[in-house]
Design a protein. Structure first.
Length: 252
């Protein structure tokens, strides 16, 4: 039987993941708290009154700035605070509703990233909107098959940390790469029901070591060399509400 082995969200687009024990999935919604915030590197054109897709190149993300992986980011929903930490830097707590605190976060990141950013940096939010700062707007929930990652490791001859793929739900118990043919199928994750949308096309963010913040594996060309595609993971949409917790069954 396939089960959920881990749940993750990325409160700030491009920054580290936050491990969760359970979530409540809502029909038509997004994975809770995932890519809820982003940091613009110069004006991105994002308009909260008419939210639309904005290219990742407008934000501080791993594909552009691998050192962002060294920033540990956590969001406290109840306190409405973002917590950032990085080596050799003072920890920062930002009340997201406080303009002064947001300015302190932007200054902290500007100092950390230095000349690698164009700036000015600005924290923006999709709270209260039917929008998230996704690379693909089909990505309501992203699912990673751990057997596929292990098969990639074997063929590559090198360890591959699943965190490189920045997925919300890790699944243990599926055959390797079965997700590549799942589009249109119904999935039950815990008590929630989802529809598989399409495989996830990977980008250079996967080349970055999730702790060291440096490029060390060219996974996108390696995926194509080994398998003839650049996929790893599955996007899904939420069709029916339900709680989801680590250890819950995944069907089919």
């Amino acid at each position: 039987m396939a089960v959920v082995s881990a749940l993750w969200r990325h409160p700030i687009k491009g920054f580290t993941a936050q491990l969760l024990d359970r979530v409540d999935l809502a029909a038509g919604g997004w994975f809770p708290g995932d890519r809820l915030f982003a940091v613009e590197d110069g004006p991105s054109g994002f308009d909260p009154a008419a939210p639309a897709f904005v290219s990742k190149t407008r934000f501080t993300v791993l594909a552009r700035l691998p050192q962002v992986a060294r920033v540990v980011a956590r969001f406290d929903d109840a306190a409405r605070t973002l917590h950032l930490a990085a080596p050799d830097r003072p920890d920062l707590t930002c009340a997201v509703d406080d303009p002064g605190d947001r300015a302190r976060l932007e200054a902290w990141l500007t100092d950390l990233l230095g000349e690698d950013v164009t700036g000015p940096l600005r924290l923006i939010s999709a709270e209260g909107l039917d929008h998230r700062f996704m690379d693909d707007m089909a990505g309501r929930v992203s699912i990673l098959n751990l057997a596929s990652v292990r098969d990639l490791e074997t063929r590559l001859g090198a360890p591959v940390d699943p965190r490189r793929f920045r997925a919300n739900v890790w699944v243990e118990g599926w055959p390797a790469w079965i997700e590549n043919d799942a589009a249109g199928q119904t999935l039950s994750l815990g008590a929630a029901r989802l529809t598989a949308v399409k495989p996830i096309v990977r980008c250079a963010a996967t080349h970055v070591h999730p702790d060291r913040g440096e490029r060390d594996l060219d996974l996108v060309p390696e995926l194509f060399r080994l398998y003839g595609h650049r996929w790893c993971g599955l996007y899904a949409r939420i069709d029916a509400d339900g709680p989801l917790a680590v250890g819950d069954p995944v069907e089919p």
